[in-house]
Design a protein around this ligand. Structure first.
Ligand SMILES: CC(C)(COP(=O)(O)OP(=O)(O)OC[C@H]1O[C@@H](n2cnc3c(N)ncnc32)[C@H](O)[C@@H]1OP(=O)(O)O)[C@@H](O)C(=O)NCCC(=O)NCCS
Length: 164
């Protein structure tokens, strides 16, 4: 059992933790709004387009792998896309998802010239819209494939708010 006070970190996925990462799952209900398994995402991430490089990490709470995230990044343009983030159903509601996004945001801010962190989610019961809004994301109004609602964290706005 992981504790809400655990230290969250974003760790490389290696041969030592891959099985644990593949075993992490969202609930059956959440699969309606987050259908991709970590196996699917990791396979997809290894075959991304050359101009769309993917960054994948396991989310740890202390020593325990509890989740997974995946971005694609164009640092020259300051544009980042959070394609996937999940916390295993048994570890949700302890602040790990929020902390993982905060760590991602800090990493992007260190890169210089950050403009936008984009994401999207399917609409449905228990979708991640409120989670993302709590982290400073707003809906852009764009909908991809008629189901995928785009959201954006604007770094100019975000940094100004943090500085207040
Ligand atoms: C979305 C997800 C990553 C959140 O991770 P988590 O560790 O459970 O979230 P946290 O405990 O860090 O919650 C942070 C805040 O978001 C809120 N929140 C989290 N998930 C939420 C949801 N599905 N609906 C509404 N609010 C939610 C929490 O209540 C909390 O609010 P608070 O700060 O006011 O207390 C996790 O629920 C998940 O894996 N869901 C399935 C996959 C998914 O939908 N991924 C995102 C789509 S790409």
């Amino acid at each position: 059992m992981t504790e809400p006070t655990a230290q969250v970190s974003l760790m490389e996925i290696t041969r030592h933790n891959i099985k644990a990462v593949l075993a992490l799952e969202v609930s059956l209900e959440q699969k309606k709004v987050y259908p991709r398994s970590n196996a699917y995402s990791i396979a997809e991430g290894h075959f991304s387009a050359d101009d769309d490089p993917v960054w994948m990490r396991a989310i740890y709470a202390d020593e325990t792998p509890v989740g997974f995230l995946m971005t694609s990044e164009v640092p020259e343009d300051g544009i980042y896309f959070l394609w996937r983030i999940m916390i295993d159903q048994h570890h949700q509601g302890r602040g790990y998802g929020r902390r993982a996004v905060e760590l991602l945001v800090q990493r992007i801010q260190k890169n210089g010239n950050p403009q936008y962190l984009l994401t999207s989610h399917l609409k449905g019961d228990g979708d991640a819209g409120i989670f993302y809004q709590g982290l400073g994301f707003d809906y852009t109004g764009e909908v991809m494939d008629e189901t995928d609602f785009m959201m954006k964290l604007d770094f100019q706005h975000h940094e100004a708010e943090q500085g207040e």
